[in-house]
Design a binder for this molecule. Structure first.
Ligand code: F6R
Length: 614
């Protein structure tokens, strides 16, 4: 939520920062701004709306200089105005700062600063600039070290979360960055360095990064980076290499990131399974699990914790764990889990699932589960993210950079990894080698079958255009396809703003059937699996009430046509793996509805990609 980029080096900072903001736009897009130093004065520009508005504005207000910071905002405190956009300035206008996170005690801090401080915005962030600028004035050393100490002193008064970058007019040879609860990555280049809220905007320049931990400050100069704790103790840390490539952050000819990411699925699915099969033993090998065979056998409960789309991937994991491993499994939405008193002990295995690895509620739930003594493992996409580092093991899903706000390929790869874990536990407990091998062979068919579904996109587009003006939708699924229905309805809601609900097929007559009319179409998932006949009856009930039906059915199922206005066929697949295929038509349907309605597909209103606030 909100994106930060900073640059210090020999090149002009403005184009680098602007490009960085474009890459970060998925994190927030209600306003943006940048401040640049030419080593004598600071200049700043801000703008409401998309990054392109800022780019337009900068054509007339060129900011020269080779040091700078920039920010793209997703409003929390204060409306969407130019004054509330970052960077924010201290009382004297000499210090500028960009901030992600929430300062909980900003009102008290403002009162403590006194009446001589004039605040121009309604944000919580501005108080940090005032506080740190004042601390700098109290420092003897008017250099980088003094600025770093001022940041440390200022932050010692703060309650809340932050990832900040600070620049001072009188200290143009360094940027200071600090982190508490909001991620900060330092990109290490040659005679230039970068700071960002995630690695995406710096991948074009360097793959060498330092991930700051909570309570750390970095002093970033053109050719040097030094790390400290907030108490000013030196921290030594290894530079890590990021394997994602910059291409993944490009649209590659697709009109939107979302469509590109839907098409990435066959390839990134292969990345998720590569090296993780032991065909001879009929099992998956996820090394990051860090559990002995005995511990795997002793587990008596599995909980998947996640938010949104990630929680629907977790729900697929629940069905698979119960079926294959015979372990009671459940899914908990992180924001609920953390405020209940969940029953957890040292025989509970908790999987924390997150694309970004930074979701505030998921992180808090992780910490709670650890405190209670559970085995806590991550299923995470972003390498080096907080969740990946705070879990005691786990697996990266290798979906690559996902930049559309609506998650697609990360969902698929989370499902994949959850299924692999279910198989690994199944084999350790009760599944035969032959069953395991059949499942692994089914996995190998997935990419080709995904490609076949993607090749049907034009007919899915036609269906989407036909239904785009309906105001309500129902999504129905049963068993392992119930999470698919939930995911389909979430996708439609978030990018097309059409109301959609999802139910298990069997629930219809307990209430939701009352909604059905000619104006309330149903999207039903009815593959030829053990629940086929049950699902058919549910659809018949909808037809009897004049409800229009779009069906996802198995190739060759001619009976499906009698039941529906429109049928989207998918290849037959082993039941547990069906979500890997059946979700794709729903992603495409939502995408094409949103395009037909001229929505901002990659940046839907009110949403941000990485939800780092509660
Ligand atoms: C929906 C979507 C969200 C995220 C949720 C969790 O398309 O993207 O529902 O799934 O905010 O985010 P992560 O996976 O980053 O924890």
């Amino acid at each position: 939520m909100c994106g930060i980029i900073g640059y210090i080096g020999k090149r002009q900072a403005a184009p680098i920062l602007l490009q960085g903001l474009r890459r970060l736009e998925y994190r927030g897009y209600d306003s943006s701004g940048m401040a640049i130093s030419d080593h004598s004065t600071l200049a700043m520009t801000k703008c409401v709306g998309k990054i392109e508005n800022l780019a337009e504005k900068m054509k007339t207000s060129h900011l020269p200089g080779s040091v700078g910071i920039a920010h793209t905002r997703w409003a929390t405190h204060g409306g969407v105005t130019e004054l509330n956009a970052h960077p924010h300035t201290g009382n004297k206008g000499k210090l500028v700062l960009v901030h992600n996170g929430i300062i909980e005690n900003y009102r008290e801090l403002k009162d403590q600063l006194g009446p001589e401080h004039h605040f121009t915005s309604e944000t919580d962030s501005e108080v940090l600039a005032h506080l740190i600028e004042r601390e700098f004035d109290l420092q003897e050393q008017k250099n980088c070290e003094g600025l770093r100490k001022a940041v440390g002193c200022g932050l010692s008064h703060v309650k809340g979360t932050y990832g900040i970058v600070v620049m001072h007019e009188d200290v143009p040879d360094c940027l200071i960055t600090a982190r508490m609860g909001s991620p900060i990555v330092v990109g290490v280049g040659k005679d230039e360095n970068y700071i960002a809220s995630d690695a995406t905007p710096i991948l074009a320049y360097t793959r060498d990064v330092l991930f700051l931990d909570d309570g750390e400050i970095a002093e970033v100069k053109e050719n040097n980076v030094r790390l400290f704790t907030l108490k000013d103790e030196i921290v030594s840390k290894k530079v890590e290499e990021i394997h994602w490539n910059d291409e993944q952050a490009e649209k590659q000819g697709f009109p939107h990131f979302m469509l590109k990411e839907i098409h990435d699925q066959p390839t990134v699915f292969e990345d998720a399974i590569r090296g993780r099969f032991n065909m001879a033993e009929g099992t998956a090998v996820l090394g990051g699990l860090n559990m002995t065979e005995q511990q795997m056998r002793d587990i008596n409960r599995v909980i998947f914790i996640a938010c949104g789309t990630a929680s629907y991937a977790g729900m697929v994991g629940k069905y698979a764990f119960e079926r294959l491993a015979g372990i009671p499994a459940e899914v908990d939405v992180a924001s609920e889990f953390r405020y209940r008193d969940p029953i957890i002990d040292e025989k509970t295995l908790v999987f924390v699932m997150s694309q970004s690895g930074e979701t505030a509620d998921t992180l808090a739930a992780l910490r709670e589960a650890k405190r209670k003594g559970a085995f806590v493992r991550g299923i995470v996409n972003v390498i080096g993210s907080t969740i990946s580092r705070e879990t005691d093991g786990g697996t990266y899903i290798h979906a690559g950079a996902e930049l559309a706000v609506a998650s697609t390929k990360a969902y698929t790869n989370m499902v994949t990894v959850a299924l692999l874990y279910a198989l690994q536990f199944g084999r350790a407990r009760r599944v035969s080698i032959a069953t395991g091998q059949r499942m692994l062979n089914a996995f190998l068919e997935i990419p080709e079958k995904m490609n076949w579904i993607l090749s049907q996109k034009d007919s899915i587009k036609e269906i989407a255009e036909k239904y785009k003006d309906y105001k309500n939708f129902l999504f129905l699924g049963r068993g392992i396809n119930y999470p698919v229905a939930l995911e389909g309805s979430l996708k439609l809601k978030e990018i097309s703003y059409i109301h959609a609900e999802a139910y298990p097929g069997g629930e219809m007559k307990h209430g939701p059937l009352a909604l059905i009319s000619e104006d309330f179409p149903t999207f039903a998932i009815m593959p030829q699996n053990q629940l086929y006949e049950k699902m058919r009856s549910n659809i018949e009930e909808i037809r009897a009430r004049k409800g229009k039906v779009i069906l996802i059915a198995t190739q060759g199922d001619e009976r499906a046509k009698e039941l529906a206005e429109d049928v989207i066929y998918v290849p037959a697949m082993k039941e547990l793996l069906e979500p890997l295929l059946n979700t794709i038509p729903l992603q495409l349907f939502s995408y094409y509805v949103a395009v037909a309605l001229k929505r901002d597909v990659d940046r839907p209103r009110n949403l941000a990609k990485s939800v780092t606030v509660e």
